[in-house]
Design a protein around this ligand. Structure first.
Ligand code: BGC
Length: 832
């Protein structure tokens, strides 16, 4: 039998995934940077860097979907006699004697060995610094003295990643650089409106350099065999226009056993308008010099790296589980939380599937991402909520996306996605429950970023709820607008023109009867949250953690508001029971003409996952058995070996009235793909219904560590994170994964496992304990930092799937299932 190919394995002790074969089935990447300066790096050192915004401040160039795949990155070439090689194997692809890539928490270490020389590069972005550090360690492991020629390589992007790849008539004449000692500066467009430049530095004297791409590579050569490297001779080229690059040339001699470090720094600088130049056409380099001085020795770099590791230690110490099941523990304690931070940072903008030019930060996406991240750095979540709410319109609608650099709503896409407003409640409630900081509701937040239009955040939540209520259709269900969570269910689009975008085209909406059961469920879930919040506020419970009273600005009769919204929620529940039930499952929607979608009466796509997830989470009709039937139908029709598909049966033809959803071939994306993002909705539905065995079996099917073997060949994408979509049962090759990293799946997997399966739920007054487990679960302990407290919670499941029997807090029995919040360390025992 053919031996199963493996490309790597987990190293939990170091919180790393170790790749041992560079020829992974797809580039397996990592993210560097935590706040402003970011890089994407593949296991062969491919990728690029940017400052804040992958579109408007792209620092280095990248070519997507290239031949060969993943072409371009930060490359080190070593010429040892006639052999030229790279520590990350690419681009030369010279066979290595040893290769290893360790992707860790915001760092990547790539090591290669060839002919007795080891080259190991540690890549990371130091905390609070606008720079990528590349610490290269060369070691002579042979018995002879080695004389090596070292070339570094970065290719500059002309800042705007979109025009960089299209406007060549201009681009080829604008490129400018400066060279000073061992630093190469990139200053294209700095002479005019830009106040920023980049640099690439090495902390050693250089014996040559190149800054012009064609001179370095040669027009008929490639990154795999650049002229200058193959000849072992830099050209000392100075770029004027064309494509500027940065390459240092260093001659290194190493005695047997000797090791040398080189610190390379890729930095980004902004200057004030009146301090841009030090002389005519000479950039002011003061800040660059200062940044370099902070990182220009091995000691300084090691210290910065230790700080980064401590930062991650602290973040990952907030929620730690010990179940004794390595596969579960490593996802909960390391990778799931790490992916949550990455998606929080990038929304859906920059990955190896998202080009960084097409999409900014999503309104609904960011609110969901926040739920996976809020326990890590609450102040950043707080800021994000304000930024998101600032893109809302006075009627409660909102921009679907905004650009991170400007924080302005994206006009290209606009608004009209009718689920969007509800997500603001989802995000804000999660923030308050985590922090106890009710004062956020008091923040004055503008509409569409217009100064003078500010109202309190609470007011934004209110109009978000109202937006749904004011946009109901003939069945008193929410009108869908352009689309709900499923961007591809375009019921008002009606497009026969391939040049129209499904997302932004709304050819008909006047007189529409298109309603969404997904929004109905979402409205009930977030509406209940909103009502509970109003009741808290009505009770006067508005103090922040440190006991200070806030809520000065909000003028509202909260009891009355709670009442008003409860009625709207009740009405919605009735509408779903009356018009949204198909007998065995919830309908998905009504189309423009008021015809059922996702019904047994339909020819195809008789059942959809989204409404099953949201309506079971909302427990609509639980008393009449609707929830149980819906969950059973998911198992019966949607479940397959790799997870639950989005709809079944798949669409086999394009349906004009449905839009993009029916544009995909069977089994992919929104047409019956396993859209991992929505699987947790059903899993939470299972948990709420107390069906722990089913919840767990759905969860384990899409948990990367559980199916790691599949990733090595079938899934193809990174085995340490969730991907957006796995090809469904109707696909040509079921089980193939796509769109890794940036997906709401991260936050939803976290929310599901941390709060609903393991059952540790932050609440206004403390931590609610409510696990839902498979019968096979054994005792486990969660250490949870919560505000100023730390809880060590041990759960004894006793073979029970759901239901807490008794809780003791520091040895004393407590009433109910909420551990009341109090500062300090506490020990909790839970018996189920
Ligand atoms: C988008 C989400 C959307 C989902 C389903 C994702 O790619 O980022 O906003 O809800 O697809 O269509």
């Amino acid at each position: 039998m053919e031996q199963q190919k493996r490309y790597g394995h987990f190293d939990d002790q170091h919180r790393e995934y170790v790749i041992t074969n560079p020829q992974t089935p797809w580039p397996w990447i990592n993210y560097l940077g935590n706040e402003d300066f970011f890089s994407l790096i593949s296991n062969t050192a491919g990728g690029y860097s940017f400052y804040k915004d992958a579109k408007f401040r792209r620092i280095t160039r990248y070519r997507y979907n290239n031949v060969p795949m993943d072409n371009g990155g930060r490359y080190f070439y070593l010429k040892d006699g006639d052999t030229v090689w790279n520590p990350g194997w690419k681009p030369c692809k010279t066979p290595l004697d040893f290769y290893e890539c360790r992707h860790g928490m915001s760092y990547t270490r790539i090591t290669g060995r060839k002919n007795g020389v080891e080259a190991s590069v540690l890549f990371f972005v130091p905390l609070k610094k606008w720079a990528e550090v590349q610490k290269l360690t060369l070691t002579n492991q042979s018995q002879e003295t080695k004389t090596l020629k070292l070339f570094s390589f970065e290719e500059w992007c002309l800042w705007n990643a979109a025009t960089d790849m299209e406007n060549f008539q201009r681009n080829f004449s604008t490129g400018e650089v400066e060279i000073e000692g061992s630093t190469i500066y990139h200053k294209t467009e700095y002479r005019e409106r830009r106040n920023h430049y980049a640099f690439y530095h090495v902390n050693a004297p250089i014996q040559g350099f190149d800054t012009d791409r064609e001179t370095f590579v040669g027009l008929y050569n490639e990154f795999a065999n650049p002229d200058a490297v193959m000849e072992g001779k830099p050209r000392n080229s100075h770029a004027h226009g064309w494509s500027p690059i940065a390459s240092h040339y260093i001659e290194v001699t190493l005695a047997p056993g000797e090791s040398k470090d080189f610190v390379f720094i890729l930095g980004y600088i902004e200057n004030e308008q009146d301090k841009k130049f030090s002389a005519l056409q000479v950039i002011n380099k003061e800040k660059a010099h200062a940044l370099i001085a902070e990182l220009d020795t091995t000691e300084k770099v090691d210290k910065a790296f230790a700080e980064l590791c401590e930062y991650w230690d602290a973040l990952l110490n907030i929620y730690k589980v010990k179940t004794g099941n390595d596969k579960l523990d490593r996802m909960v304690n390391i990778w799931n939380q790490y992916q949550c931070m990455v998606t929080f940072n990038f929304s859906r903008s920059a990955s190896f599937f998202e080009s960084g030019v097409g999409r900014g930060m999503g309104f609904r996406d960011s609110n969901q991402d926040l739920v996976g991240f809020v326990h890590q750095i609450p102040p950043r979540a707080r800021q994000r909520i304000i930024d998101i709410a600032s893109t809302q319109f006075p009627d409660g609608g909102c921009y679907h996306q905004y650009q991170p650099l400007t924080k302005r709503g994206n006009n290209d896409i606009g608004g009209g996605f009718n689920d969007d407003p509800c997500w603001l409640i989802f995000g804000t409630v999660a923030y308050i429950k985590e922090t106890g900081d009710f004062s956020i509701l008091d923040e004055m937040v503008p509409f569409d970023n217009q100064p003078g239009s500010e109202v309190t955040l609470f007011e934004h939540l209110k109009i978000s709820m109202d937006h749904v209520i004011k946009n109901l259709g003939p069945h008193m269900l929410p009108l869908i607008g352009r689309a709900d969570w499923n961007d591809c269910l375009n019921l008002n689009c009606f497009s026969w023109d391939p040049n129209e975008s499904f997302q932004t085209t709304e050819n008909v909406s006047e007189g529409t009867k298109a309603e969404s059961l997904m929004i109905a469920g979402l409205f009930v879930v977030t509406g209940k949250d909103y009502v509970a919040l109003c009741k808290k506020l009505a009770n006067g419970q508005r103090s922040t953690v440190n006991g200070q009273w806030s809520m000065v600005n909000v003028q509202c009769d909260f009891a009355e508001e709670a009442n008003r919204m409860q009625q709207a929620v009740d009405a919605m529940i009735e509408a779903v029971k009356k018009h949204g039930w198909d007998g065995e499952w919830y309908l998905r929607a009504y189309d423009f003409y008021g015809r059922k979608i996702g019904s047994n009466e339909c020819e195809e796509a008789k059942i959809f996952i989204e409404s099953q997830g949201w309506c079971t989470m909302a427990e609509i009709g639980a008393e009449d058995g609707m929830v149980a039937k819906s969950l059973d139908s998911c198992k019966k029709y949607l479940e397959c070996e790799h997870g639950m598909v989005l709809n079944n049966p798949a669409f086999t033809k394009y349906i004009y009235e449905y839009g993009e959803i029916s544009s995909y071939p069977e089994g992919y994306k929104e047409n019956a793909g396993i859209f991992c993002h929505n699987n947790p909705w059903v899993i939470i539905g299972e948990c709420i219904a107390g069906r722990g065995n089913d919840a767990w079996s759905h969860y384990a099917k899409i948990l990367p560590s559980y199916v790691e073997e599949k990733y090595q060949t079938l899934h193809k994408v990174e085995p340490y994170v969730n991907c957006q979509m796995v090809a469904g049962k109707d696909a040509f090759r079921p089980g193939e994964g796509k769109n890794s990293w940036l997906t709401g799946t991260a936050a939803w997997m976290w929310y599901t496992v941390s709060e609903f399966i393991l059952g540790i739920k932050p609440d206004y007054d403390g931590i609610r304990i409510d696990p839902c487990l498979p019968e096979t679960a054994t005792d486990y302990t969660v250490c949870r930092k919560f505000r100023e407290a730390e809880y060590e919670i041990t759960i004894h499941p006793n073979g029970v799937q759901k239901g807490v029997k008794a809780i003791t807090l520091d040895g004393q029995p407590i009433e109910g299932t909420v551990i009341p919040y109090s500062v300090g360390k506490h020990v909790v025992e839970v018996v189920m």
